[in-house]
Design a protein around this ligand. Structure first.
Ligand SMILES: Nc1ncnc2c1ncn2[C@@H]1O[C@H](COP(=O)(O)OP(=O)(O)OP(=O)(O)O)[C@@H](O)[C@H]1O
Length: 548
């Protein structure tokens, strides 16, 4: 007989056998911080435009090669509860803004790492928490004052392309100019007359083959599918959309039909055929010339459709059906009934085409009447197409964010460094215990430009010191400058993105600086005509507060 093992007194006695119970800083805090640090270290090398791709093998054995933090986090099966919370926070950020998932994990990882240092040094948890709270509030207060540009017109493709360049470039570096211009045209086309933008109104259609620069914008929709019927095109098409199979509905429950003889069986089959024929004919009589279905296509129904000159297209995804309904103004029907007049959509041209060697069906509305636009993505490999999709999705989400707030912050680590410098000044002058938390918060912010520099192959210590010096001197827009060129200037003279790759110098770029050096950029010019950014703080307001 097994010996009875007594449980330790206290809480474990109240819990079910096998329940794990942790207590104390070491067990309940530091072990979780170690897990979060490991997660941040894992994603750190994928941060920024020169971040590395990760090869992730999913539980189904599928290999994904991506630098997109959201995708990596979705596939990592995290067990540690705090690391899972961090993953959830990062995914919440992605759902809310469509980007910045990696930045959330890196910043949170650095904050936890620095908190551990303070706790090990003997600071109470409450003091660290208060310090972080104060620093966070101050950072939120300072951010509006760091905005370096306001997008004047959401319908100006050139201005929008400038604002989207960094977002699309961080996933597919080297193609940012081409892609930003493509996404900008698409966003402007999909912007509603009321000024709202819904990223779902832009469809991405990945067609393997060709090069990235063969990607293009199509007004209307493109689906990678074949036409089922023998009719392959329709002009001024009236479209009926069914989210059910194109045929008679089959019952889910098993049933038995007993026939008395062959004649009865034939009569049953004939009645079924006649019913199907009547239904397809009724659809044609209501004026539909194209039928789009979301389920299987019955060969007999297809034969009737061919006789009546109907074009039949099958779409396998419900999302695609919904999107098509929005684009052509159709109402999806749940059973094969004649479409009521208000449920029929309209499209100028529907036709079967071929891109590369992939068959596609195009629903085209010429003249800007279509609220949905499609970006046709081309690329030689599946991985390249996925990176392209991530880059374009980031661009679309950035445009959505711009529709609600047109202000832009300087990139390439400039905003993070500007905040870090200001918070460090605040922390230095604060007499209470909070100052340690504030100083560590400032240090944590520097992790983001440091990760950018490391992934770009720059000497991290020198680069960070030079960048910090520039910010100390008041250049709030200074970001990381790569080996190959200085910062780029937009038409308004502001610096937005400062890390550029080989062979991409913009016209009129000054000669490249020495490897690993930073080029000082002029301070922000506040023109009297420029609208006030916000009733927020400007850099000159951020002098050290008077010592109390
Ligand atoms: N051309 C560039 N030069 C310098 N920095 C850049 C450039 N393009 C983007 N960045 C910087 O890269 C960072 C964004 O990188 P990335 O898109 O990998 O991060 P994320 O958005 O947090 O991650 P994810 O897109 O995986 O969710 C930003 O700090 C941005 O300023």
């Amino acid at each position: 007989m097994a010996a009875h093992v007594p449980l330790p007194p206290g809480l474990p006695q109240l819990l079910k056998a096998g329940t794990k119970y942790f207590s104390g800083l070491q067990e309940s805090l530091f072990s979780h911080i170690t897990a979060c640090r490991a997660l941040a270290m894992c994603l750190r090398t994928s941060y920024g435009p020169l971040g590395h791709n990760k090869l992730v093998i999913t539980h189904l054995g599928k290999a994904l090669c991506t630098a997109h933090a959201g995708t990596i986090l979705r596939e990592l099966e995290l067990e540690n509860p705090v690391a899972r919370m961090l993953g959830a926070a990062s995914q919440a950020q992605e759902e809310e803004t469509g980007d910045g998932a990696n930045a959330v994990v890196l910043l949170a990882g650095a904050l936890l790492d620095n908190a551990e240092k303070l706790l090990r040094a003997g600071l109470p948890v409450a003091a660290v928490r208060d310090g972080y709270d104060a620093a966070c509030k101050e950072a939120v207060r300072l951010l509006p004052g760091l905005a370096c540009h306001v997008l004047a017109d959401l319908r100006d493709p050139a201005g929008v392309a400038g604002a989207l360049r960094a977002a699309v470039g961080s996933k597919l570096f080297g193609y940012q100019d081409f892609l930003a211009e493509l996404v900008a045209r698409c966003c402007v086309a999909a912007l509603s007359p009321e000024g709202t933008f819904e990223p779902n109104n832009v469809r991405l259609c990945k067609v393997p083959g060709g090069g990235v620069t063969d990607s293009c914008l199509l007004e209307g929709m493109v689906f990678c599918t074949e036409v089922e019927s023998q009719v392959h095109q329709a002009h001024e098409a009236r479209i009926a959309v069914y989210c059910c199979p194109f045929g008679l509905a089959r019952s889910e429950t098993k049933c038995m039909v007993l026939f008395q003889g062959a004649a009865e069986m034939r009569a049953y089959g004939d009645a079924e055929e006649a019913l199907l024929g009547r239904r397809v004919r009724a659809i044609a009589e209501e004026g539909a010339s194209v039928v789009v279905v979301g389920g299987r296509v019955d060969p007999l129904a297809l034969q009737y459709a061919d006789q009546l000159g109907l074009m039949v297209v099958r779409l396998s995804s419900r999302l695609e059906l919904q999107c098509l309904c929005r684009a052509v103004g159709a109402v999806p029907l749940a059973s094969l009934v004649p479409p009521p007049p208000g449920a029929i959509g309209h499209c100028q041209r529907v036709y079967l085409s071929e891109i590369g060697s992939t068959a596609v069906v195009v629903f085209r509305q010429d003249g800007g009447a279509c609220p949905v636009a499609t970006i046709l993505l081309r690329g030689a490999t599946h991985e390249l197409l996925c990176s392209l999709e991530e880059a374009v999705t980031d661009g679309l989400n950035t445009y959505k964010a711009l529709v609600s707030d047109r202000r832009l912050l300087p990139g390439a680590g400039a905003a993070e460094m500007a905040l870090a410098v200001r918070l460090a000044t605040l922390g230095t002058y604060l007499p209470s215990l909070e100052q340690y938390g504030i100083l560590e918060f400032a240090q944590a912010l520097k992790t983001l430009p440091a990760a950018l520099a490391e992934n770009a192959g720059l000497p991290v210590n020198e680069t960070m010191a030079a960048l910090e010096a520039l910010h100390q001197l008041g250049t709030a827009t200074a970001g990381l400058a790569g080996r190959h060129s200085a910062g780029t200037r937009d038409t308004d003279g502001q610096t937005r993105t400062c890390l550029r790759g080989k062979g991409l110098p913009p016209a009129g770029t000054p000669p490249p600086p020495r490897a690993g050096t930073l080029t000082p950029l002029p301070p922000r010019a506040q023109t009297p005509t420029s609208p006030p950014l916000l009733a927020g703080t400007r850099s000159q307001d951020l002098d050290p507060p008077p010592a109390c």
